[in-house]
Design a protein around this ligand. Structure first.
Ligand code: T73
Length: 228
């Protein structure tokens, strides 16, 4: 790993660990009572704060702010769901101390999300937990997801590809250093990104079913997912 790669790694991991879900949202998950409506409100708050965290984190990705402004928006809108699932998967893999993981799982299961979506979602979480990723890998995998050149409406895909390639090369080196005995580990990490894309299709259906049951989203969620 070169000196500039080490610097790049530090910037990304610092940004990733700085921008976490605020403690008050995490605490609420434990306190509020259990009803489908209350659970939905908590998940709404959690999703909203995750989008805010995503925007702040993305601004710290070296090179992102030098991209075309409209492409920055297109990348954020195109990756929000995947980044959200990656980050919440890390909440599950961290096995929160005060049993927040179980509570969060319970609230997700009882918030009006149909079972056909719950199953793939928790399978994904299990597949992420089983990788036992270190924070550097989590931060880089999220960065690589955000910097996916072929999102809808991205005009200068080459510019995005150039930054993404830097991150892919860095992650590849990290995986070799981190797991010399597992040469296919890097490929397995990238395989999770493919799994993520299928989840985002389910996510669109989830939003529709919530809206059909007259659930309200926050303005930020409406904006990032072009709903309402
Ligand atoms: C853990 C998750 C990634 C999984 C269940 C909660 C999440 C934060 C996310 O919720 C929403 O997208 C969502 C969208 C709109 C809304 O009003 C509430 C939640 C899907």
């Amino acid at each position: 790993i070169t000196k500039e790669q080490r610097t790049l790694m530090k910037v990304i991991v610092d940004a990733y660990s700085t921008h976490q879900i605020p403690q008050d949202v995490a605490k609420k998950l434990l306190q509020e009572q259990y009803s489908a409506d209350e659970n939905f409100l908590l998940l709404t708050e959690m999703a909203t704060s995750q989008v805010q965290v995503l925007v702040e984190f993305t601004k710290n990705i070296p090179g992102f702010l030098s991209l075309d402004r409209e492409d920055q928006i297109a990348l954020l809108k195109g990756s929000a769901v995947e980044a959200m699932f990656l980050r919440s998967a890390q909440v599950f893999s961290r096995k929160m101390p005060s049993g927040q993981t179980e509570v969060l799982e319970e609230r997700i299961r009882k918030s009006g999300i149909s079972e056909e979506f719950i199953i793939p979602m928790f399978n994904f979480y299990k597949s992420i937990v089983s990788l036992h990723m270190v924070q550097e890998e989590q931060a880089l995998l999220t960065t690589i997801t955000i910097l996916t050149p072929d999102r809808p409406y991205v005009k200068d895909q080459q510019a995005v590809e150039r930054i993404q390639e830097t991150m892919l090369e860095l992650l590849r080196k990290l995986c070799v250093l981190q797991r010399p005995q597992e040469p296919q580990y890097f490929a397995r990490l990238l395989g999770r990104l493919t799994e993520l894309r299928t989840l985002s299709h389910y996510h669109a259906e989830m939003l529709t079913s919530w809206r059909t049951n007259d659930h309200k989203f926050t303005p930020l969620l409406c904006e990032i997912w072009d709903v309402q």
